[in-house]
Design a protein around this ligand. Structure first.
Ligand code: UGA
Length: 435
């Protein structure tokens, strides 16, 4: 049976979930305090760049299963299932800022007009779901509701595909009634036998952090192996390929690079360390992953210094600012640390990115030069550093680039180019973990 759902928060997770649940056949209201965003969404305009989102958004608006509202109170009152999909950004000390979740919970308390299932999709620290349950009980003097933890594992850039084809759905629950309701909400996936992990709140909460921290560890491991490969003359791509052939390891997330970034891995690894400290449990491995990832970003600038010496007044072309390809998101992108280092060294930085220039402007203002075309960025540059693995950079016109650059130097932090071909054209080439 289809359900009436409110998804509070229309960021990456909330918006994709709202669209996805509507596509499963539920009646969904996506809620956001930002009225302009709500108006745009009701007119079929997505605030984020995400492959396929436009079609799915418009298809579900047209079917009238999906609409957007800035009225949180009426949206809660009309719905049986309330998904919390607001942001849980990090505070300066690595703790999670739960104020947006707390605001939503307070709105739910004020509008608990009949039985509801309150589902946290936002990534929240251990104990949050238990707290939500106890808090609402205390505030409303009612137990006519259930709380469920349902962490999300979708990736930016592949959000729609990941939502419709998850490896598994994790649900932390307490009552059988809420379990049956969640089965209805996810009916389309349940019927195609997507694995469901039914567990308690704490297990669901920890799965999310452990998942992201393990992936961040895998990347950091291969980055350290890459650094060793450089020194001993091995090729990290071949090492990773062979490791990935071991069925116990699998080839994914073994691409050496400039360090992981994004709105999740950096935040969630730091939060896991804080959670360990809170419960007095040693999280030294994750701590070291965080340290090593910071060093990896700076190591990319060292590669430039090793070739060019002092970077003062050197013109550096930076290709790619997004934290990975297929997104305009630059949060915690390695490019930010790298550009900041270059600015500190008084280099002249020219950047290009097919999608993320507007976001870069918000951070760097007039400290760097923004180029709409990648050739414009490399013109007269002393060196070129490739940071995001956009497809257009795989097929760069190296003949033209060779003519345009002042010095033919390429730092390929994503191992995108073929070293032999680049060197044939007279470039000095440095990848990560290979020569
Ligand atoms: C990540 C997880 O992959 C999702 O499962 C999770 O739902 C999401 O965080 C979240 O917690 O919301 P996302 O941040 O979109 O998703 O990005 P990823 O594709 O995981 O990439 C993270 C970073 O690792 C990027 O900077 C990427 O370039 C880097 N990376 C990834 C590597 O350097 N090497 C790899 O082999 C893979």
């Amino acid at each position: 049976m289809s359900k009436k759902i409110a998804v509070i928060g229309t960021g990456y997770v909330g918006l994709v979930a709202a669209i996805g649940f509507a596509d499963f056949g539920n009646e969904v209201i996506g809620v956001d305090i930002n009225e302009e965003k709500v108006n745009n969404l009701n007119n079929g305009i997505s605030p984020i760049y995400e492959h396929g989102i436009h079609d799915y958004l418009n298809r579900n608006l047209k079917s009238k299963r999906l609409r957007f509202s800035s009225n949180i109170a009426s949206s809660i009152r009309e719905s049986e299932v309330i998904f919390i999909g607001v942001g849980t950004p990090p505070k300066d000390n690595g703790d999670v800022d739960l104020s947006q979740v707390e605001n939503v919970v307070n709105e739910i308390c004020k509008n608990l007009n009949n039985y509801k299932v309150i589902v946290t999709k936002s990534t929240v620290p251990i104990g949050t779901n238990k707290w939500i349950k106890e808090y609402i009980e205390e505030k409303t003097n009612s137990d006519n509701f259930d709380v469920v933890s349902n962490p999300e594992f979708l990736r930016e850039g592949k959000a729609i595909t990941d939502f419709f084809h998850p490896d598994r759905v994790v649900i932390g629950y307490e009552s059988e009634k809420s379990k049956e309701i969640l089965k209805d909400v996810y009916r389309s996936l349940y019927l195609v036998e997507t694995p469901f992990v039914w567990c308690n709140y704490e297990t669901a909460e920890l799965i999310k952090y452990a998942n992201n921290a393990l992936l961040a560890t895998k990347i950091t491991f291969i980055n350290q192996i890459a650094n060793l490969s450089e020194t001993i003359g091995a090729d990290v791509n071949e090492v990773a390929k062979a490791l990935g052939m071991d069925g116990r390891i699998n080839p994914k997330f073994l691409h050496a690079g400039p360090g992981y970034g994004g709105s999740c891995f950096p935040k969630d690894t730091k939060a896991l360390v804080q959670i360990g400290a809170k419960y007095d449990v040693n999280m030294s491995l994750v701590k070291e992953v965080i340290n090593s990832n910071e060093l990896q970003k700076i190591r990319m600038v060292k590669k430039l210094q090793n070739i060019l010496g002092d970077l003062k007044n050197k013109c550096i072309a930076v290709l790619g600012v997004a934290f990975k390809s297929e997104t305009d998101d630059i949060r915690e992108s390695p490019a930010i640390s790298i550009i900041n280092e270059l600015i500190k060294d008084n280099s002249k930085v020219k950047v290009h990115d097919p999608k993320a220039l507007d976001n870069a402007r918000k951070i760097f203002g007039d400290k760097i030069v923004y180029c709409e075309d990648n050739l414009e960025a490399v013109k007269d540059a002393d060196a070129l550093i490739l940071i995001t693995e956009w497809n257009e950079y795989r097929s760069l016109n190296l003949n033209n680039i060779a003519k345009l650059m002042k010095h033919k130097i390429i730092i390929d932090t994503r191992n995108m180019l073929q070293p032999s071909k680049v060197k044939e054209l007279g470039f000095i080439y440095e990848g990560v973990g290979r020569h």
